[in-house]
Design a protein around this ligand. Structure first.
Ligand code: LRH
Length: 469
């Protein structure tokens, strides 16, 4: 994505898009990180001369380097099953309540901490000299410089959100060597410059240096930076493969109630805290589409959404936060089984499955927005939906209906925009606080507004929520 920035205006252009296909070898699900890196180089070539480069990606996953700086094996995908049972193993050393008090991170089976527990005793970890999170790994290959960007580091479950630094309270008893991580870097910091060989490979033949700027390298941190909010009375939902729903705070909430509600305190751009809950997101639908395609029929998404809009509302809902939906494959059968277990009718057609997924997501959005307000005392009067799901009109309307609040949808490319905003400010092209960067977004981008309706009525959403409990 190429951003073009001037005071008060911001534009984004997609110049290259490449697939991210996980590969299973020897029973383990991996990322094809070299293919991703090649995609980055192709993207740089398509972009042409730029003033700065910034990288963000999904969180928690990492590559290990040996003492020569060579990558030790392909990074393992967070949806791999290697972390099964790791929460219990870690819990024997550090009980869940202590872990939460120290890190404020919600329980997700794939937090880097549990991945490192799973990797314990492997030859690869024993041989590792350094650990680089995915965006930091790509940045290292481009610049030769190594660092650990803070917003993404906060998803490892090894950071104390009060000090915004590594937590020895967690690392030491678990035998995790924090020297594996290169020094922390903050969004806006300089991150080196593209190596001459890389410039040549990317077809950037001019003499100009191309700096890499550290951004909120966790995609969700960049996406939240690009929430076009006008004041602080807002909740956000960054929807795409995941729905990340919550609030922006200036201090973490580490209470026991917060832990039980499984809210996380990830770190954001400019000293903020992303107080949110992970919800499975459009992954549920993406995986249904993949299954139907493998069975030889792929209904068009637009038609499917039109049919879903006409399907019976709230006929069957599932808990869209349940880790049982984390792994790939056979999603329609797993959704049907969850409906059956809940004593609800099983969806039969692709349209009914789609409606079940979207109703379930809207319900989970509502629950997260309600819980976040209750747990923090921070009230909201608007819900912002950013990320790819902002294009899904039915999901936006259902979320407005379920929450009983107006929804502002867009931008869909929030992560890329948040990334560009931080680079632009570091380069001096924009100035000011997060609030003023957001003002630039509001004046530059079209946003859609959804008012809550009462079909189905609020009571039907409450009844569906009660059914799930
Ligand atoms: C979204 C995301 C999310 C993480 C998950 C691993 O892309 O970064 O914030 O929890 O991927």
């Amino acid at each position: 994505m190429v951003g073009r920035v001037a005071p008060g205006s911001l534009g984004l252009q997609e110049v290259h898009r490449f697939p991210n296909r996980p590969v299973r070898t020897g029973g383990t699900l991996h990322w094809d990180v070299l293919a991703l890196y090649q995609g980055v180089l192709d993207g740089l070539r398509a972009a042409g001369p730029v003033a700065s480069v910034g990288i963000d990606s999904w969180a928690v996953d990492y590559g290990l380097l040996d003492t020569d700086g060579a990558l030790l094996g392909n990074p393992v995908h967070y949806r791999d099953t290697r972390t099964e049972g790791m929460a219990d193993a870690v819990g024997e050393v550090l009980p869940a309540a202590e872990l939460y008090a120290a890190t404020g991170l919600q329980y997700l089976p794939f937090n880097t901490l549990y991945q490192l527990a799973a990797a314990r005793g492997t030859a690869q970890l024993a041989a590792a000299d350094q650990l680089l999170l995915i965006p930091d790994l790509l940045a290292y290959w481009l610049t030769g410089e190594r660092g650990t960007e803070l917003t993404n580091a906060s998803t490892t479950q090894l950071i104390d959100p009060r000090t915004r630094d590594w937590s020895r309270t967690v690392a030491d008893p678990l035998g995790i060597d924090l020297s594996l991580f290169p020094p922390l870097r903050l969004p806006g910091d300089p991150g080196g410059e593209l190596l001459p060989g890389i410039r040549a490979e990317a077809g950037l033949t001019g003499p100009e240096r191309v700096p890499l700027t550290v951004v909120g390298s966790h995609d969700t941190a960049s996406a939240v930076a690009a929430v076009p909010a006008a004041d602080d009375r807002f909740a956000y939902i960054a929807t795409g493969t995941w729905s990340l729903a919550g609030l922006e705070l200036d201090a973490p909430v580490l209470t026991e109630d917060s832990r039980r509600a499984n809210f996380t305190n990830e770190l954001g751009v400019d000293g903020t805290v992303r107080y949110l809950r992970n919800i499975m997101g459009l992954w549920l639908l993406q995986e249904c589409l993949r299954t139907w395609e493998s069975e030889g029929h792929r209904p068009g998404l637009d038609e499917l959404l039109r049919q879903a809009a006409r399907s019976t509302p709230l006929r069957s809902v599932v808990d869209a936060g349940d880790p049982e939906f984390l792994a790939p494959d056979c999603m329609p059968a797993r959704l049907a089984a969850a409906c059956r277990r809940g004593g609800q009718p099983e969806p039969r057609t692709p349209a009914e499955f789609t409606r079940c997924v979207l109703d379930s997501l809207a319900l989970a959005h509502r629950q997260a927005v309600e819980d976040a307000q209750r747990l923090t005392g921070h009230e909201v009067d608007t819900v912002h939906i950013v990320g790819g799901g902002a294009r899904n009109e039915l999901l936006c309307q259902l979320t407005a209906d379920a929450c009983g609040l107006p929804v502002v949808a867009g931008p869909a490319e929030a992560a890329a925009l948040g990334n560009v905003l931080v680079q632009a400010r570091a380069a001096g092209a924009l100035r000011g606080s997060l609030a003023s960067l957001r003002g630039t977004l509001r004046s530059s981008l079209p946003l859609r507004h959804y008012a809550p309706t009462s079909t189905p009525p609020r009571s039907a959403w409450s009844a569906a929520q009660a059914r799930l409990r």
